[in-house]
Design a binder for this molecule. Structure first.
Ligand code: FUC
Length: 799
């Protein structure tokens, strides 16, 4: 017999603050109030309540600490919650990130009309609204970073008409797919007590303790806690209600033990049960009114999101987002989608990469599965880097902090790896003083360091530290350079300088491989490794100069750099991917998804307009690699950004349109597959297209700030605000008839500014207060002048 415990609480009317309606009506109004382009994902029906609905229709929200997928059903709303440290055993095909909770809200509504579901990017709030039996029902949802809670508000237009049941569950609980002794169990229960439901349990493999709390605060009516078939809370006769959700585990952010402990059960040893943490979060959040929580969330979110605006001067279409995608799939283009998809990437990064939590993995912070693709881990042969490219050029650099914490935690384990790999591959390179730097392989999970993969060379490490250097170069934060960036880059350089071997008069990576191409061919000095090592050395030397430090490693790097031979041109005039290659494609798949031989063009800086022969060869490779059927979403994004770097905005735009038609699902999530029927979510493609569009609008990889460097014909008129260039310049631009009308450049750190745009030498340059600025004319398209930190420079009358 089931035990049923009932707790009945009669509620007094809430104080005025909680029932006040601060925001008029629905999202569109709220969005229009802001100065930026109002953007939202809009639907006239809920997401289908199955895995296809989760992946392609549910709306993702998040605050880094958790991700929430909103389905928005009428009779039953479903919210699926993810917490990135809840991970099962680390095998490739089975296990990995698990689903934290499935939350159901049941309503007695059977005949809805005027249904709307949206996600407003300007405020990171989602809404469901409909009428039923003469009453309007509205739900608002957001994930607050400052208060660490997910918040839901339910409202009825008629006093006392709100009735619902909240019922959270633990997914995959009773699913013993494995032998009983394989340590793959998950245990726990859900209990309601008063106005709070607690969902708590353990996952055996790493001994993870997890807990979620759900607090219901109704206005009016009665609240009943029920413990039957798990815990639930019923509310009857209320007018509105607020639900607060907090989750946590005993995973310690930034702690090395999870990577250094070799016994799986030692990884979390000594770290506290999450009960107190989660209880404290809920208690603290409950001291705020709903309006307060919303205001605090919006202040935090808009501080990041509002830095950049991108407008193509297009009206907000009346059609829903899925219809817009259908139109694009049938060959149309949509300037509105061009804006929306760009900002959606920024939205997703703000929602999934916040200091204090794990960094976004292959699926960001969203996972419904028990066996997610590639375990939803951290992959460093393109995916993890792509997750962060947009952080810098779209002005969200502090969102890289979770990765820095992750790096700090994994560093000791990867220092040990450096020693192990040197012993294995080049023992004469081992350091006498024991400092071999650190080596990075490819795949990681929150509890497992990487190891050298069979298919990707050690170029994965310097490719990762390129993000660190960019963090400095875009912000010019010297403290960050000294304390974080330089040690990270230098540690890689230290390992690499010991790892490369003399081959004739060259210094080559051995073994070496170009990510996943040519059946994981093991070779010597693949372009991928050579280029990434080159980029790392060059930037590490530069960093030491900026810091004015005398590091004995620097002369070693200076001596090695000219011997790296990072670029070879082949018989087709291409950049060779392998030293053994003759004509293009003579080794490896000609249309392979990875384009690792072109990383020196993007995101690197080795190939640029000052190396015209290399740039021409890179275009040959890029053209030949193509945009063929089956190219994954992230690879389309990489092609987009790489074409932008060549200055060809039209080719870049073709990639953007291809991504929208072949890889954007109805919820705008990136479909890794090139298909409308097979769907596999990977967040990298979302982040990648945003970074790529940023690259079309502004470039700075040649120590020159170049606004509108790859503007396509498809965007004759528009403006943007606040993109970030290296040197810490915040750039705004407006253009019409394909030509720049005005640039505004805020110098955040001072120093010389070199500016490139056709005819710029004939423009008028003034400070924002109207004082004319003297500049040096380098040629018609290049000028330079000194800037003062905090000063904005305005360029008009651009011929
Ligand atoms: C790399 C890519 C695949 C996929 C996987 C997670 O190995 O080559 O396409 O993105 O990572």
């Amino acid at each position: 017999m089931r035990l049923i415990v009932l707790t009945v609480i009669t509620l007094l009317p809430m104080p005025a603050a909680l029932s006040q309606v601060v925001r008029a009506g629905r999202s569109a109004t709220a969005a229009a109030d802001r100065s930026g382009t109002p953007l939202r994902l809009l639907y006239d029906h809920p997401a289908a309540n199955n895995n296809d609905g989760w992946v392609s229709q549910s709306l993702p929200l998040g605050n880094g600490y958790m991700g929430v997928n909103l389905f928005g059903g009428v009779q039953q709303d479903r919210l699926q919650i993810t917490e990135n440290s809840l991970v099962d055993a680390p095998t490739e095909k089975i296990g990995g990130l698990n689903n934290f909770a499935e939350v159901f809200l049941e309503f007695p509504h059977t005949a809805p009309s005027n249904y709307l579901r949206d996600l407003v990017l300007n405020s990171a709030t989602a809404h469901v609204a409909y009428d039923d039996a003469g009453v309007s029902y509205q739900r608002e949802y957001f994930a607050s970073y400052p208060d660490k809670v997910f918040v839901i508000r339910l409202r009825a237009s008629k006093a006392g008409a709100l009735e619902f049941t909240l019922h959270p569950t633990i997914p995959y609980l009773a699913d013993f797919r494995h032998a009983k002794d394989d340590n793959r169990g998950k245990h726990g229960d859900v209990k309601a007590d008063g106005n709070t439901i607690t969902l708590a349990g353990t996952m055996d493999y790493y001994g993870i303790k997890f807990e979620g709390q759900f607090k219901v605060i109704p206005q009016g009516g009665t609240l009943t806690a029920v413990n039957s078939d798990g815990g639930s809370i019923n509310v009857r006769g209320a007018t509105s209600a607020v639900i607060l959700i907090a989750v946590g585990t005993n995973y310690p952010i930034g702690n090395s033990q999870v990577f250094t402990a070799t016994d799986r059960l030692d990884k979390l040893k000594g770290f506290p049960d999450p009960h107190k943490k989660v209880s404290d979060i809920i208690a603290a959040a409950a001291t705020h009114s709903y309006e307060d929580l919303l205001a605090r969330h919006e202040a935090d979110y808009t501080k990041l999101y509002d830095r950049v605006n991108f407008s193509l001067d297009t009206p907000m279409p009346s059609s829903t987002t899925d219809k817009l995608i259908d139109a694009v799939r049938s060959g149309e283009s949509s300037a509105h989608l061009d804006e929306l998809v760009f900002q959606f990437g920024r939205y997703l990064l703000i929602s999934s990469s916040r200091s204090g939590a794990l960094p976004p993995n292959l699926q960001g912070v969203w996972n419904v599965y028990q066996d997610p693709p590639w375990t939803a881990g951290y992959w460093h042969n393109v995916n993890q880097q792509m997750n962060y490219w947009l952080a810098f050029n779209t002005n969200l650099p502090e969102l890289f902090d979770p990765y820095i914490d992750f790096y700090r935690a994994y560093l000791p384990a990867h220092q040990a790896l450096a020693k192990q790999y040197l012993t294995q591959y080049h023992s004469s390179g081992l350091a006498v003083d024991g400092d071999n730097g650190w080596a990075l392989g490819n795949s990681m999970r929150p509890y497992e360091r990487s190891g050298k993969s069979s298919h990707s060379g050690f170029g994965t490490g310097p490719w990762t530290t390129m993000l660190f250097w960019d963090d400095y170069d875009f912000t010019r934060d010297k403290k960050l350079l000294r304390e974080v960036v330089y040690p990270a880059m230098r540690g890689q350089a230290n390992f690499l300088s010991r790892f490369v071997q003399d081959v004739g008069d060259k210094l080559l990576a051995k073994p070496s491989s170009s990510p996943e191409n040519a059946n994981s061919l093991q070779t010597v000095g693949a372009t991928f490794d050579q280029q990434m090592i080159y980029e790392n050395y060059r930037d590490t030397i530069k960093a030491a100069q900026v810091l004015g430090i005398h590091d004995p490693l620097i002369p070693v790097l200076e001596a090695q750099l000219p011997k790296l031979d990072p670029i070879l041109i082949g018989d087709s005039g291409q950049i060779k991917e392998y030293r053994e290659e003759t004509t293009y494609g003579s080794i490896g798949e000609p249309h392979h998804r990875h384009m690792s031989q072109l990383l020196g063009l993007y995101p690197g800086q080795l190939i640029n307009s000052t190396t015209p022969a290399w740039l021409a060869a890179a275009k040959v490779s890029l053209e030949d690699r193509g945009l063929t059927a089956g190219t994954p979403g992230w690879a389309v994004a990489q092609r987009l950004a790489t074409w932008a770097r060549t200055g060809d905005g039209n080719q870049a735009y073709t990639c953007y349109h291809t991504w929208q038609s072949n890889h954007a699902m109805y919820n705008l999530w990136n479909n890794h597959r090139d298909s409308t029927t097979t769907k596999l979510f990977q967040v990298d493609g979302n982040f990648g297209v945003t970074a790529g569009v940023g690259e079309m609008l502004l470039q700075s990889h040649e120590e020159v700030v170049a606004p509108l460097a790859a503007l396509p014909k498809a965007w004759p008129k528009g403006n943007y605000r606040g993109l970030l260039a290296r040197g810490a310049f915040e750039v705004s631009a407006s253009w019409s008839k394909g030509h720049a009308d005005r640039f505004e450049i805020l110098s955040r750190a001072g120093g010389p500014l070199k500016l490139r745009y056709p005819g710029i030498a004939g423009a008028t340059v003034r400070t924002s207060s109207g004082k004319s600025v003297m500049f040096k004319r380098v040629d018609k398209a290049d000028i330079s002048f000194d800037t003062k930190a905090g000063q904005t420079y305005v360029l008009t009358a651009i011929p």
